[in-house]
Design a protein around this ligand. Structure first.
Ligand code: FES
Length: 126
């Protein structure tokens, strides 16, 4: 395995950290956003090999995408790109997509666009 984009971004635009309720491992994703595009995405995790493989995959999928496109990267896209994981490892692969979404949410909140995110992710606000 040769994971990509491990580490940290200097002055990230957004940071997302999620914990894995099953095993207690943590996943952090940092994003750099320029003109609405994710120009850089890096991750750091204390999780297992499956968590590292999926976060590497998520960073590959997310870099170069717009915020809107990146929000559409789902847990199952990630698992599919890895050609299926054993079910016991699914909770590990979910971490990366969740942390990416959390990082984008953090970015939008900092930009004062948290409502935009809330409106998108839950219900439409008038
Ligand atoms: Fe903790 Fe996989 S066992 S992330």
């Amino acid at each position: 395995m040769n994971p990509h984009h491990m580490g940290e971004i200097e002055n990230p635009s957004g940071v997302g950290v999620v914990g894995n309720p099953v095993c207690g491992d943590l996943m952090q994703i940092q994003i750099k956003v320029e003109d609405g595009i994710l120009t850089d995405v890096k991750f750091k995790t204390f999780g297992c090999g499956a968590a590292i493989a999926t976060s590497s995959m998520v960073t590959d999928l997310a870099i170069g995408k717009t915020i809107e496109e990146a929000l559409k990267i789902t847990r199952s896209d990630v698992a599919e790109s890895l050609e299926g994981l054993p079910p016991v490892k699914m909770h590990c692969s979910n971490l990366a997509a969740d942390a990416l979404h959390a990082a984008i949410e953090d970015y939008l909140k900092k930009e004062g666009r948290g409502e935009w995110f809330d409106g998108k992710s839950t219900k439409k606000k008038s």
